[in-house]
Design a protein around this ligand. Structure first.
Ligand SMILES: Nc1ncnc2c1ncn2[C@@H]1O[C@H](COP(=O)(O)OP(=O)(O)OP(=O)(O)O)[C@@H](O)[C@H]1O
Length: 580
């Protein structure tokens, strides 16, 4: 008997890949349904599909591991010596695939679900990829090109003809006029007239919430601009081509880590990500994979970038600047745009949540529409970093507040569980050194964030300034999830009038307060110590102090309305898709 026959490496590799095919097939089915959901305006189903597609990965990894366990004897399957052979058999199987890089991540997930994370090594799995780097040049990407030759209107008209849906455009002529005007306003005149000007759009639209987005670029011989054209389905009216977005920052915000993942039919993910990267060079490919639903692969790419950063720089972990959390301990690398969040062993007295609830709330945020106002997180188990990569004070603090999560193993620090999240400037710190105009803008956006979260049925619970961050694009985003709840679970109340004069003097409330009760009238005092900021916020968003404001939103949500928050500036109805 030869070694190859004796060892079941090839069979295991095949089973892992069959599991991947099954996952990909289901992923495709959910994704392909996006067009019809958009055309039928099935917004509840759209939200369910998004959550289902996120959950799909773990479900299918679980099924694949179960199948492996059922097929092979445990001592055979869990013989770590075997796995380098499994890996090489797997490489042979994936070489010709169009999604080979994703299949490596899949293999890693299955490996980690079978083994404890202690056995992670490049010999047994794909810590480093064996794939060539992005191969966008190998085949022409699946795009459509338009050459206006000075006639922008005609090119836009051809675009709307090519991207058609079961539902007609509501006001095609009006849309074309507006889009052309927007384009002429945002691009220099000579560009609009350039006979070589080309508009290139990815052939499939990207669907998310109530929108379909055409994504591509506009370029001349020397210059290029990203281009996003959001198409909205206005129920009862039809499709509206809403805008031409060519500003790189605005396009970047559309692909933000604070949004749900797009549904888009891509045959070759690396190619599509390569195309996006050419439009948005500032975005890391980890984020781009994540933005189209391949968040596990995004995690792999993130991890590779992280170990590469640690290996090639002297950067060391420090505690994140700002007020220390009562529940979470947060650390960061100054040169790497990410925070690492771990759950403390003991919470401050003011907190009533427990560890499992915290985990549940973070997972909830991953599954809901984050409406551009909550940061996405990636959950990691068993990170290992060299001890020398920690500033001693940082390591001492982590060991003190979370000894069950952080442990020293010789020269290595083991982090048993953590979330990573984009680093922002905590809003309280931002305001300390902001100009008057910046304070105005940040407080306006802070109130807008609270309103948009509420419209998406999220109540942050703890709305203090320190729980929000400011992104590099100046957007205010919420990041402290341990007290969030669905808006519809909160009981908004008006403070009852005092019965006697003594009531008013009393330090204790004269009325009973249930755990879910919230009194919006109290917000100004809670949120702002600075009187100037308190007054300003009152002018900008005073309606948030009124229980009736919140109850109206609750009623709309309870009646089944799904509210979309636009990821870009609009001329009409800036805030949210109105509650129709
Ligand atoms: N994404 C981030 N970017 C920058 N700093 C962050 C980020 N997330 C958290 N921090 C910093 O870490 C601190 C604690 O984080 P977080 O608010 O998530 O913890 P917490 O324990 O839930 O807080 P709280 O005590 O308000 O409940 C924040 O106040 C902020 O200073």
């Amino acid at each position: 008997m030869t070694m190859a026959q004796h060892w079941p490496a090839e069979g295991i590799a095949r089973l892992i890949l069959e599991g991947f095919d099954d996952y990909r097939e289901h992923f495709r089915q959910i994704t392909d349904g996006a067009r019809e959901r958009f055309e039928q305006a099935e917004w509840q189903a759209t939200q369910q599909a998004a959550a289902e597609r996120i959950a799909l990965y773990e479900v299918k990894v679980g099924e694949t591991s179960a199948r492996l366990r059922a097929t092979y004897a445990t001592d055979e399957l869990l013989d770590v010596q075997l796995w380098p052979l499994v890996k090489s058999a797997y490489i042979d199987l994936i070489d010709l695939r169009l999604d080979d890089e994703l299949s490596e991540t899949w293999y890693n997930s299955v490996f980690c679900s079978l083994f404890s994370h202690d056995l992670i090594s490049d010999g047994c799995m794909f810590i480093h990829t064996t794939r060539p780097s992005l191969r966008s040049h190998e085949r022409p990407p699946q795009t459509r090109s338009y050459r206006p030759g000075g006639r922008l209107g005609a090119a836009l008209s051809a675009i709307l003809d090519d991207y058609r849906f079961d539902v007609a455009y509501d006001d095609r002529a009006g849309d074309l006029e507006r889009l052309e005007a927007q384009l002429r306003e945002s691009l220099p005149d000579w560009v609009c007239k350039d006979p070589e000007l080309c508009i290139e759009l990815f052939a499939a639209p990207l669907f998310r919430n109530k929108g379909a987005y055409l994504v591509g670029r506009i370029y001349t011989r020397d210059e290029q601009w990203p281009l996003v054209m959001p198409l909205l389905h206005r129920e009862g009216r039809g499709i509206q081509a809403d805008a031409m977005i060519t500003d790189e920052a605005e396009v970047s915000i559309i692909f933000s880590f604070t949004r749900s993942y797009f549904m888009v039919d891509v045959a070759v993910p690396a190619e599509f990500v390569g195309f996006l990267k050419s439009i948005l060079p500032g975005k890391h490919i980890a984020e781009l994979y994540t933005s189209i639903g391949f968040y596990k692969h995004g995690k792999s790419e993130f991890y590779r970038a992280l170990i590469n950063h640690l290996a090639s720089t002297d950067d060391r972990f420090i505690m994140a600047p700002g007020v220390r959390g009562m529940v979470m301990s947060v650390f960061t690398l100054p040169g790497f745009n990410t925070v690492f969040k771990i759950i403390k062993d003991r919470f401050a007295h003011a907190k009533t949540v427990d560890r499992n609830t915290v985990i549940e709330k973070y997972r909830l945020v991953k599954n809901v529409d984050r409406v551009g106002r909550m940061a996405d997180t990636q959950e990691f188990a068993d990170f290992r970093f060299p001890k020398s990569k920690f500033e001693p004070e940082c390591l001492a603090e982590l060991l003190e507040v979370a000894p069950s999560t952080v442990a020293i193993e010789g020269d290595v620090v083991l982090i048993r569980h953590c979330w990573t999240e984009r680093r922002m400037t905590p809003l309280n710190i931002y305001l300390e050194s902001a100009s008057e105009a910046q304070v105005h803008e940040a407080l306006y956006d802070y109130g807008l964030a609270i309103k948009q979260l509420a419209a998406a049925n999220i109540f942050p619970g703890d709305m203090l300034l320190k729980n929000f961050g400011v992104t590099r694009h100046g957007r205010v985003v919420f990041y402290d999830y341990d007290e969030i709840s669905y808006l519809t679970e909160v009981n908004f109340r008006v403070i009852p009038p005092p019965r006697y004069e003594e009531d008013e003097m009393s330090a204790e409330p004269w009325y009973s307060v249930a755990p879910n009760d919230v009194f919006p009238e109290e917000f100004p005092r809670f949120l702002f110590a600075d009187m100037g900021q308190r007054r300003l916020f009152n002018q900008l968003h005073g309606d948030l102090y009124d229980a009736a404001y919140w109850k109206t939103l609750q009623a709309a949500i309870r009646s089944g309305k799904v509210i979309d928050v636009f990821p870009y500036r609009r001329q009409e109805r800036e805030l949210t898709e109105a509650i129709q």
